[in-house]
Design a protein around this ligand. Structure first.
Ligand SMILES: [Zn+2]
Length: 340
C-alpha cells in the first residue's frame, strides 16, 4: 500500500509500505478516501526547527475514510462505515479528556501528520474512541474537511467567541480554508459577516459565499472600512488566524466588549497590544487551539444540513506538491483535497 512520507524539508515521497496488521483491541482499521491540506502541512513540509518529530513521517492531518476492520471490543463501528479520525493522540483518561475538553489533554502524544504519522496512507489502524462517524449523504471530499477545518471554526466561533444570531463578525482571509468555513457557519446562524480577501476575484467569490461585506485588504485598510460599515461601533467578534499583519487592526475593529478569537499566526507570531485600549474597551481575547471530538460531530452535522466546505480543487496523491505550493502561495479559495 501507499504512504506519503515527508523525508526531509520540502521532500515528499510516495512509498510502498506493508499493510497494517489487523486492528488490536479497541482499534479500527480505516481505508483512506481523501485528505484535506492545511497550513500545518505547509509548515511541516517547509520544516520547523522547534517541532520534535521523527522523519520519515507520514503526512496528513485531516482525512476521511471508511472502516474496513474492527478490533476486539469495538461495538460502535462496522466495516463499511464512513468515518473521519480526530487528529490528535489524546490520552482519554485525564480530567480534560474525561470532561470532553480533548484539546486540553494533559498527556497528548502529538498531532497526526505533524509529530506522529498521519493519514496520508491507504490503510491505518486507529483507536476507535478517536474516530467519528460520518452521517449519510456527505461525500468523502466534504467529510475530509470536517475534522480540522470545520471543527476548528466551530470551536472558535461558538465555543470560544459565542457568536450569536444578528451579531457582526469580521472573518480574516475569507478565501482560506477556515475563512470560508467561518463565513458559511456564521451565515448559517444569520450573523452579519464582514470578510477580508487579497484580490478582486476573491471579493466576488466571498460575496457569492454569502459574506455581507467584502474588503480587499490590499487596496483598503480593513479597520477603517469596518468602522465605516459598522457606523463607528466596531464588530462583536473578530475571527483571527492571520497574525502579525492584521493583529492591531483587528483590535481596532472590535466594539466595546467585543471578542477576538485567534487560532493562527501565518503572517508572523508577534503583535502589539495597547493595554489601555484592552481594559477601557473591555475586550475579550480567546486563544483557540484545535477543537474537541464533539466539535467534529457538530461540524459533520452542519455539513449534512448543507453548510458545505468550499473546495478549491482536488488533486491526485502524486500531485500533492502542486497542492501544497498552491496553498503556500495563497492562490486558493477554499480547500485543496487529495483524493486516494
Ligand atoms: Zn487526556
Amino acid at each position: 500500500m501507499r504512504a506519503l512520507h515527508l523525508i526531509s524539508d520540502r521532500k515528499l515521497e510516495i512509498s510502498e509500505i506493508p499493510a497494517p496488521s489487523p486492528p488490536a483491541e479497541g482499534e479500527v482499521q480505516i481505508k483512506t478516501h481523501a485528505i484535506a491540506l492545511n497550513h500545518i502541512d505547509v509548515w511541516g513540509w517547509r520544516g520547523m526547527a522547534f517541532a520534535k518529530r521523527k522523519m520519515p513521517l507520514v503526512v496528513g492531518a485531516e482525512a476521511s475514510g471508511e472502516i474496513v476492520a474492527v478490533g476486539a471490543g469495538v461495538k460502535n463501528f462496522k466495516p463499511g462505515d464512513p468515518v473521519t479520525p480526530y487528529g490528535a493522540l489524546t490520552c482519554g483518561k485525564c480530567k480534560p479528556c474525561l470532561e470532553g475538553r480533548d484539546n486540553f489533554c494533559e498527556n497528548a502524544s502529538g498531532v497526526t501528520g505533524f509529530h506522529v504519522d498521519g493519514f496520508a496512507q491507504d490503510f491505518y489502524n486507529y483507536q476507535a474512541r478517536l474516530v467519528v462517524p460520518v452521517p449519510k449523504g456527505i461525500t468523502p471530499v466534504d467529510a475530509s474537511c470536517a475534522p480540522l477545518t470545520f471543527a476548528t471554526s466551530v470551536h472558535m466561533l461558538f465555543d470560544n467567541a459565542k457568536l450569536q444570531t444578528g451579531e457582526t463578525v469580521l472573518v480574516h482571509a475569507g478565501g482560506s480554508g477556515i475563512g470560508t468555513a467561518a463565513i458559511r457557519l456564521a451565515k448559517d446562524i444569520d450573523a452579519v459577516v464582514i470578510t477580508t480577501v487579497g484580490d478582486d476575484e476573491k471579493v466576488l467569490k466571498a460575496k457569492a459565499l454569502g459574506a455581507d461585506y467584502v474588503i480587499n485588504y490590499k487596496t483598503d485598510r480593513f479597520e477603517h472600512t469596518v468602522r465605516k460599515i459598522t457606523k463607528k461601533k466596531g464588530v462583536d467578534v473578530v475571527f483571527e488566524h492571520t497574525g502579525a499583519d492584521t493583529w492591531e487592526g483587528s483590535l481596532l475593529s472590535l466594539k466595546r466588549g467585543g471578542r477576538l478569537v485567534t487560532c493562527g499566526a501565518t503572517s508572523g507570531p508577534a503583535g502589539k497590544i495597547n493595554l489601555m485600549q484592552l481594559f477601557q474597551q473591555q475586550y475579550k481575547i480567546f486563544g483557540s487551539f484545535g477543537f474537541t471530538i464533539r466539535n467534529v460531530g457538530e461540524a459533520l452535522t452542519k455539513i449534512a444540513k448543507g453548510v458545505k466546505p468550499v473546495i478549491d480543487s482536488e488533486v491526485a496523491l502524486a500531485d500533492v506538491h502542486s497542492g501544497l505550493e498552491k496553498l503556500e502561495s495563497r492562490r486558493v479559495f477554499g480547500k485543496i483535497v487529495v483524493r486516494f
